[in-house]
Design a protein around this ligand. Structure first.
Ligand SMILES: [Zn+2]
Length: 373
């Protein structure tokens, strides 16, 4: 199963040259799940031709467990791969291939674990959820949240955590700020309105806001315990002797759980608007993408307790974002826990260590027994 999944390109990317449909991967999963008794629903992602989510359900009822993964991968740089990214290659007790660890490999193991449940009546349903576009727009998960589907009680997202339960991550926001003024000869400042100087003041405001947020918000579960704001790139002006008419800044913001993205955007805007009007600069401020909200499931949640007991590890936080916030919006108690290490994700020679395979199948079987049988 893993070699077939890896063989089908399913890259998602904001760049159209890289972007692939994920439908062939979803159809293959459906083909494997159907004989086990799963009812497959292939749901197109609105406004994204060729992108589909799969909801495969075994059993009936309103509770149950979702095992969730994304079917897309990141792009690859084949010059930096030692083997063909689309050929599953076993070497040094590792399975190499694009998507082995992040995370098409997960589906092969989840399906293997589901075989046992397929042979008996379930008290609660088991749902295998396969999403589109996690690595780019997150629109697959977003579409499910908007549709209010699927409903269940618990969800485990099998992103690579070397089977450690993860109950929180930060959010991701990427924002764009543009000031426009008026150009003019540098010898007389009254001839223009300098967008670059306005941006300088705006950046100082952003850094002051960052200091406030970092003072106020702290979470010891994270390696970087405070929210971050990074001024990432800036473009403005063209000549030392011309008043700069336009300046554009892109920055990244990583809020901690409990911080609201819309509120943060509003706070930023409230700080920047007065300086823009004082300088008579027009201001544009909008997200570069819709963002990923921060995620947290309570340490006391049943799913957290069960996964901690099964793995013998305390649930923790990670530095990467997942589809968990949207599954939470569906009312699912959500945790991230899957095979492979994030250190191998998004890297040339991505691999899944063979030692992860049996423990993953065993763990998923235990989860299915606990929540569905
Ligand atoms: Zn992933």
């Amino acid at each position: 199963m893993m070699s077939q999944l890896v063989a089908i390109p399913s890259i998602s990317s904001a760049s159209p040259d890289w972007d692939h449909s994920n439908e062939a991967v979803v159809r293959l999963l459906a083909e494997w799940l159907e004989p086990l008794g799963f009812r497959n629903e292939i749901l197109p992602v609105p406004g994204m031709p060729g992108k589909v989510n799969l909801v495969a359900t075994l059993g009936t009822g309103s509770g149950g467990l979702v095992l969730s993964g994304h079917t897309d991968t990141v792009p690859y740089d084949d010059k930096r791969w030692q083997s063909d990214p689309f050929t599953l290659t076993e070497k040094d007790n590792r399975l190499y291939g694009l998507g082995t660890c992040d995370m098409k490999g997960f589906f092969a193991l989840a399906i293997e674990a589901a075989r046992e449940a397929a042979q008996q009546p379930l008290k609660q349903p088991l749902i295998i959820l396969a999403t589109a576009d996690e690595e780019s727009s997150m629109n697959g998960a977003r579409a499910l949240a908007e549709a209010g589907y699927p409903k269940a009680r618990y969800a485990v997202i099998g992103e690579p955590t070397t089977l450690k339960p993860i109950r929180m991550h930060k959010g991701i926001m990427m924002e764009r700020l543009v000031f426009e003024g008026q150009s003019g000869h540098s010898s007389d400042p009254s001839l223009g309105r300098n967008a670059l100087e306005g941006m300088n003041e705006a950046m100082n405001e952003l850094l002051a806001l960052r200091a406030q947020w970092q003072e106020k918000h702290r979470n010891p579960h994270f390696a970087v315990q405070y929210p971050t704001l990074n001024l990432g790139c800036i473009h403005g002006g063209d000549n030392p002797n011309r008043i700069c008419a336009r300046c554009e800044l892109h920055f990244d913001l990583r809020p901690l759980p409990g911080m609201d993205m819309a509120e943060l955007r509003q706070t930023i805007l409230t700080r920047l608007q007065p300086l823009a009007s004082r300088r008579e600069l027009s201001l544009e401020f909008q997200p570069l993408f819709d963002g990923v909200p921060p995620f947290e499931t309570s340490a006391e949640a049943e799913l957290v307790k069960v996964c901690e007991k099964l793995t013998g590890q305390q649930a923790d936080a990670v530095a990467f974002a997942t589809e968990a916030p949207w599954l939470q919006q569906l009312g699912l108690e959500t945790l991230v826990m899957g095979p492979g290490s994030i250190d191998q994700a998004h890297q040339p020679d991505e691999y899944l260590d063979l030692s992860q395979i049996d423990p993953t199948i065993t763990l998923f079987k235990q989860l299915i027994r606990h929540f569905c049988l």
